[in-house]
Design a protein around this ligand. Structure first.
Ligand SMILES: *Cc1c(COP(=O)(O)O)cnc(C)c1O
Length: 400
């Protein structure tokens, strides 16, 4: 018989009762170092006192009023995001897929409203992940996710990741823009090279199309900058955000330049929950922490420390670890053929370390952005023990 909770996920047999900072524990007090952060989402760690107090205070006043009224918390959050980024205007929603849907709608609308209604197609990249709605499945282009869900939504043209010639060849009379993750997350923690990002920006300018970046996973401080595209010194036309932007409270956003945002007039786009007092209070609390002096520098510093430690693991386990890649505190350990990332993930759980598998046989580390170098070292020790167990023939037999 089917489980009451629909069986759409492969869940580990672990349930957490509470957490604090980078730690989570079960009801029977087994402690885990959380280097997954609910898939790059609980960026302030668990039970962050400022986030908890802000949510509790706001919940006791008013949670939701709809967008029929002004929402001061949303106005303030939008103003702060505008001040801290390339953007002129922000739309709030509830998830990454929803932010991407709205972002593609904004790009299409901008083309239609400026006399180019034939331009509606987006160029996307192999290895991308943009979410699970019907259109974002098409943007993601992964046959495994598309299978059985009917005709693929029109308007997405996928090309190899990182290839500027392929991009220039793919731009046609119907192309409205490029949809790109500055660092691919689910696809295997693959950063686009900074030169590629600059080249994409230049090609978009040359052909008069829009650059839309999916910063759902790599944004909000995770790369060591508030937004990952800042590492390349470029300005996109529009970006999507979610995951870390609410610190674990559901919140998504579209951040856009005025030339894109001004076409989403009243009645063109909306969402009931989007930008509620409660969600935006959480978003403001996250910004209070992330915009404090030294916070992003610390993400960068601890990220480099963790990276160096992972390179050490690569040296110690040459037969297991093939590559270390990523940016800031979104790092991937690419494992050798024959060592499944899911086996490594299971061994890490055995050592009290939570990680997330990603594409291309990568073990993804996305710890809370508040971790210390000591916690990074603790994770490295645990990962070292997990890899040592994987290297033992007996462990391989047991795992197989
Ligand atoms: C997680 C993710 C999404 C989808 O976000 P949801 O909140 O699950 O809809 C989209 N794009 C990227 C890059 C992501 O990592």
């Amino acid at each position: 018989m089917i489980t009451a909770l629909m069986p759409t996920y492969n869940r580990a047999d672990l349930a957490f009762e509470a957490g604090e900072g980078a730690w989570l524990w079960t009801a029977d007090q087994r402690r885990y170092l959380d280097f997954g952060s609910g898939i790059a989402t609980t960026s302030l760690g668990h039970a962050h006192p400022h986030l908890v107090a802000t949510i509790a205070d706001q919940a006791a006043k008013v949670m939701h009023v709809s967008n029929l009224y002004r929402v001061p918390q949303a106005e303030r959050l939008a103003e702060r995001h505008v001040a801290a980024s390339f953007a002129d205007s922000v739309f709030f929603c509830n998830s990454g897929a929803e932010a991407n849907e709205g972002m593609v709608k904004a790009v299409r609308k901008a083309m239609a409203e400026t006399g180019r209604p034939e331009k509606f197609r987006m160029i996307t990249f192999e290895g991308a992940f943009h979410g699970r709605t019907l259109a974002m499945l098409a943007a993601t282009g992964n046959e495994k996710y598309l299978a059985g869900f009917g005709p693929k939504v029109e308007g997405f043209d996928q090309i190899p990741f990182g290839n500027l010639n392929a991009l220039r060849d793919a731009i046609g009379p119907h192309t409205a823009g490029v949809l790109l993750e500055p660092v691919q997350g689910e696809g295997g923690v693959r950063p686009a090279s900074l030169d590629f990002l600059r080249g994409v920006r230049a090609a978009c300018d040359e052909f008069g199309i829009l650059l839309a970046l999916d910063e759902v996973q790599c944004g909000m401080g995770r790369s060591g900058k508030l937004w990952a595209h800042q590492r390349a010194g470029i300005e996109p036309d529009v970006i999507s955000a979610a995951k870390g932007i609410g610190g674990g409270f559901p919140l998504g956003a579209i951040l856009a330049k005025e030339h894109v945002a001004r076409h989403l007039k009243p009645g063109t786009h909306g969402t009931t929950y989007g930008g509620s007092p409660l969600a935006c209070a959480a978003g403001n609390a996250v910004l209070d922490v992330m915009l404090a002096p030294g916070f992003l520098e610390s993400v960068d510093r601890v990220g480099r420390h963790l990276w160096r430690g992972l390179l050490g693991l690569k040296q110690r386990h040459p037969g297991l670890v093939e590559d270390v890649r990523g940016a800031g505190l979104l790092l991937g350990v690419k494992l050798a053929d024959g060592i499944a990332n899911t086996d490594a993930q299971a061994e890490a759980v055995g050592q009290g370390l939570l990680t997330v598998a990603a594409g291309q046989n990568v073990l993804r580390l996305a710890p809370p952005l508040i971790i210390t170098e000591r916690e990074a070292d603790e994770a490295l020790d645990r990962l070292d023990r997990a890899l040592r167990r994987l290297a033992m023939p007996a462990a391989k037999v047991a795992a197989g």
